[in-house]
Write a protein that binds this ligand. Structure first.
Ligand code: B12
Ligand code: SF4
Length: 495
């Protein structure tokens, strides 16, 4: 380490659930950009980059000599390495101020500050202004910290509104990101999925829905962020982010923010302004996209994967969750099929479907609908799926317990009614899971009781096996009736 590096004010660390994990939180890049725009020197380092997170922490603290180290703690899976990283920083220089933030840190702020003397400050909720205040030595907001022997837990008084998002955008990635190309372009080596490398484009915050299993459901947004409604960014700022990533050679952009009910204005105006004919898109649609939105995706991008998450093909389970404010708005299987037909009508649009195994109310009989309907869709609409060896376009993922989910009476009641017991609730439960996961030790992956776990595993295996073989004649006969109900959109040509 003879080279001389310019020291920075803030060193951001992307924590990892396991060595080599490539995922980089968009929030870290945005926070670093914001700090940079405000005249402070910031650097983002990914702890997954060299398959030895401890070495990466040590080397980079020595290299950049930061005053503050900010460690990502959005995903509960990274609890262990995030806290270990903070501990290590203090062993190098105890005067460096260690800060963490994100969904998980916010939810467990009190537990972390009380048990981890090596974490100085937890920023709860939106972190732009609170972090800037810390750097400027101004009054702290949204923070949990120790003062003498007391724990100070400030209320969340800073919550970004739509207007606060104006002007927030990525700055020079090469400047703020250490090993930029390696991080942004390392993805294809590890993934089977097409359209990689891709960059995630942040388009807004919050959610209107209350999906039973989600740690960012509308009710959690109030607790974690004091956020009452979803907000969108400016199209102009989003375009700047796309431009910034494209300078690094990335041409595929992923959107995963769709909290609206029948209001697609934001995406329609964004896609209208995208000029390059080389860009690809992955659009995670939380509801069913309209034909107009699909058309605008086809016009703006070379290849597009549209993902939809009906969660289950069993209409009564889906309806129950939606009607009881425990899921996204209800749509019928007929409406879903109509939408798939619309996707198929555009040659450059491909479909991915996501289901969840282990939803409360699910029975062996209701799960069977998933198998039958998935097989039917795969066969009937085979041309709508992207062909790639070993790549599945209809997926069934297991339910996994996150912090800040299943926290109201209605969801708890439903869980008990379904014969399930949640085993992962407290900070220690989540910390233990994260640590065991990192060391590949036996662990309760889904956070549920043993019999629910066995059932979920069996169903996922059954589903995957069924997706991977051919010959689904029976299902097609059984499901033929649905076609009678489908209102075909005659204006679109079929693939
Ligand atoms: C987009 C998204 C993704 C993208 C991430 C793209 C990317 N490159 O960042 C993808 C699809 C890859 C993804 C993956 C996963 N996700 Co996700 N994701 C989201 C989603 C929908 C939006 C997050 C977002 O972009 N917000 C915009 C940013 C700018 O805002 P923000 O994150 O709130 O950040 C602000 C504050 O939280 C804070 N902050 C955030 N980070 C930090 C760090 C520091 C140091 C500080 C000080 C502050 C701070 O300041 C930020 C600026 O104001 C949320 C749900 C939601 N609506 O929030 C789930 C969510 C964050 N994901 C979640 C989960 C569980 C996952 C997965 C584990 C799912 C899985 N089982 O595989 C994986 C993670 C895999 C891994 N390696 O660990 C949970 C997390 C629950 C929890 N407490 O752990 C959430 C809350 C809900 C959900 N179920 O999806 N996700
Ligand atoms: S739509 Fe559902 S899964 Fe997605 S962020 Fe909202 S509550 Fe969570």
């Amino acid at each position: 380490m003879n080279e001389k590096y310019e020291s920075v004010d803030v060193l951001f660390f992307q924590s990892v659930p396991y060595e080599g994990c490539w995922l980089l939180s968009n929030a870290l890049l945005q926070l670093a950009s914001f700090i940079d725009q405000n005249g402070f020197k910031a650097k983002v380092v990914h702890l997954g980059i060299h398959y030895d997170y401890k070495k990466t922490v040590l080397e980079n603290v020595m290299k950049y000599k930061p005053r503050y180290v900010c460690i990502d703690l959005r995903w509960f899976g990274t609890l262990y390495t995030a806290l270990e990283a903070a501990k290590l920083v203090k062993t190098i220089n105890k005067n460096i101020v260690t800060i963490t933030g994100g969904h998980t840190a916010t939810y467990f702020n009190k537990e972390i500050i009380s048990t981890c003397s090596f974490v100085d400050i937890i920023i709860k909720g939106d972190a732009e202004l609170p972090l800037l205040n810390i750097l400027k030595n101004e009054e702290r907001v949204n923070c949990t910290f120790r003062k003498k022997d007391n724990v100070i837990q400030q209320p969340i008084t800073y919550t970004q509104e739509q207007s606060d998002l104006e002007g927030l955008h990525l700055t020079n990635l090469e400047k703020i990101l250490d090993s930029t190309n390696e991080i942004l372009l390392m993805q294809p080596k590890q993934l089977k999925s097409p359209l990689y490398p891709r960059a995630f484009i942040w388009s807004g915050k919050g959610c209107n829905y209350n999906c039973i299993y989600c740690g960012a459901r509308a009710d959690s947004q109030k607790i974690l962020f004091n956020r009452k409604r979803p907000i969108f960014r400016n199209v102009k700022d989003v375009l700047r982010d796309i431009e910034e990533f494209s300078k690094m050679g990335i041409v595929t952009f992923e959107f995963d923010f769709d909290p609206f009910v029948k209001d697609e204005t934001f995406y329609l105006s964004l896609f209208k302004t995208i000029k390059s004919s080389n860009f690809n898109c992955v659009f995670n649609s939380w509801t069913l996209p309209s034909a107009e939105l699909l058309e605008s995706l086809q016009n703006s991008f070379k290849n597009v994967i549209v993902t939809m998450s009906p969660e289950t093909f069993n209409e009564s389970v889906r309806k129950y969750l939606a009607e009881n404010n425990l899921g996204r708005p209800y749509y019928s299987n007929v409406e879903l099929i109509n939408c798939i037909e619309n996707v198929r009508a555009f040659n450059n649009l491909y479909l991915e479907l996501y289901l969840v195994a282990g939803l409360p109310l699910e029975t062996d009989i209701s799960f069977k609908t998933n198998l039958e309907f998935a097989n039917f869709i795969k066969k009937r609409y085979s041309s709508v799926f992207m062909k790639k060896q070993g790549y599945r376009s209809i997926n069934c993922l297991p339910l996994q317990i996150e912090p800040s989910t299943f926290m109201d009476d209605a969801s708890n009641q439903l869980v008990t009614q379904s014969g399930m017991t949640i085993y992962r609730k407290s900070y220690n439960d989540f910390y233990d899971f994260s640590k065991r996961d990192f060391f590949h030790l036996p662990r309760n992956v889904f956070g549920l009781d043993p019999s629910s776990t066995i059932k979920i595993k069996q169903n996922v295996n059954l589903f995957n096996k069924s997706m991977d073989k051919t010959g689904w004649k029976n299902n097609i006969i059984r499901l033929k009736g649905i076609f009678k109900k489908i209102k075909r959109n005659n204006t679109l040509t079929s693939r």
